[in-house]
Design a protein around this ligand. Structure first.
Ligand SMILES: *Cc1c(COP(=O)(O)O)cnc(C)c1O
Length: 420
């Protein structure tokens, strides 16, 4: 039944049924049945007044929790000044944002001559920016013949949803039906440096990887993998591009996940938490000589680097500057890992992969699907989301208290125990 206007005055208490012919919302998501109305820190409240612990954190866009006071204050102050100028004009926060992000991330890159920052909005746009940059670098600097550049990527990757990016996805749902695809990508197994070596030739301009594969279920490669990839890139004049949109900005216990294994990429894509859960903010940070191939007219975005985005992004950089959130992620993450490993020992979980305050756990099919576990946790006031059938991803806000984290994990253990 089509809702009459008078029916739309109050907030809905049940989620839109996007499979229904009456829904006007496109059916490209399958959300859990909850309508959220407010949030603070690690907690959110639904339209019936029920509270939930958020262990998804907007896929790590909410690393600092819901409505972090410093981020809300920065956004509010900027709303009263200036929100958009487009890049046709400069504004007073654009250079400070670039300087701040360069100071935070630049020292972590293989960039002795410094870095440049290119602000965009969504993660996919940052990845597209990196792809365009390394291709142009390949033609103008490396000397790759026109239109023949190749980029080596990993199977089970997730880099976003644009036509070019899904061209090298190995997820059939993400890819099929969207061709013709952009050529120039070579897909090799994740975690296998020899496969990268075999895929590199004189046309190769970059290796593009997630240091930890998030959407794939928090898949952590062997510790010697990224160092080996770095060495291969150095030996073959190939750029290493780390997509840290989900893994970066504190999640794994360091500012970049690459730091864990002492690897410095040439370019890094950042997003999600860079916008503090307030506005979409993404960026490519990379070697000055590489990003310098982009000149006026070659790339851009109407909203990229807008004043509101820069105000929030700068406040995010400020939160990460002291290292306290990274330390907290490492400390709470060690606790999370111990507790999940204990659930594996108890037979409640098949496997648990934990890195920093981030985990992918595989549920025994006898105890239900990832979706069913997520739905049962929802009933107990804990929000998580399944991925790829049997996997549940756990990514609490870095500001969660250990007590709240323990409460959520107790509920997870109970749900798994009851399911048999
Ligand atoms: C989420 C994500 C993206 C895409 O970000 P959007 O803002 O959704 O476009 C790209 N890469 C990784 C690793 C991600 O997790």
């Amino acid at each position: 039944m089509t809702a009459a206007l008078e029916d739309l005055t109050g907030p809905p208490t049940t989620p839109a049924d996007t499979a229904s012919p009456d829904s006007h919302l496109a059916n490209n998501y399958h959300p859990l049945p909850v309508v959220l109305t407010s949030g603070e820190g690690a907690w959110v409240e639904d339209s019936t007044g029920r509270r939930y612990l958020d262990l998804l954190s907007g896929y790590s866009a909410l690393n600092f929790g819901h409505r972090h006071p410093a981020l809300v204050a920065a956004a509010r102050a900027q709303l009263d000044r200036l929100t958009l100028v487009s890049r046709a004009f400069d504004h007073e926060l654009l250079a400070p944002f670039a300087d701040g992000l360069a100071a935070l991330v630049g020292p972590l890159l293989a960039a002795p001559d410094g870095v440049l920052v290119l602000p965009m909005n969504t993660g996919a746009e940052a990845v597209e920016t990196a792809i365009k940059t390394v291709r142009k670098w390949g033609y103008e600097v490396k000397g790759v013949p026109a239109d023949s550049a190749t980029i080596v990527v990993a199977a089970d990757n997730f880099h976003g949803r644009t036509t070019t990016i899904v061209s090298f996805s190995t997820d059939d749902d993400a890819r099929s039906g969207f061709g013709p695809f952009t050529p120039g990508f070579r897909v090799v197994p994740f975690g296998d440096a020899d496969a990268i070596a075999a895929a590199i030739d004189e046309t190769t301009v970059a290796v593009l990887l997630e240091p930890v594969q998030g959407e794939a279920g928090v898949v952590v490669p062997p510790d010697d993998y990224l160092p080996a990839v770095r060495a291969l890139c150095d030996a073959n004049d190939v750029l290493l591009v780390a997509d840290e949109i989900q893994s970066g900005l504190g999640r794994t216990g360091t500012t970049l996940a690459c730091e864990r294994v002492g690897v410095r990429p040439d370019l890094v894509t950042l997003g999600k938490a860079l916008g503090g859960g307030v506005v979409p903010v993404s960026a490519v940070v990379g070697r000055r000589d590489v990003l310098a191939v982009l000149t006026p007219g070659t790339h851009g975005s109407t909203f990229g680097g807008n004043p509101l985005a820069c105000a929030v992004g700068l406040a995010v950089v400020e939160l990460l500057r002291t290292g306290e959130h990274q330390e907290r992620a490492a400390r709470l993450g060690a606790h999370l890992g111990r507790r999940l490993d204990a659930m594996v020992s108890e037979g409640l979980l098949v496997t648990a992969r934990t890195v920093g305050l981030w985990a992918g756990v595989d549920v025994d099919p006898a105890r239900g699907t990832g979706r069913q576990v997520s739905e049962r946790l929802l009933e107990r006031g804990v929000l998580v989301k399944d991925t790829h059938g049997q996997t549940v991803r756990i990514a609490p806000p870095l500001v969660i208290t250990q007590q709240d984290l323990d409460h959520a994990l107790d509920e997870l253990a109970e749900v798994l125990r009851d399911a048999r």
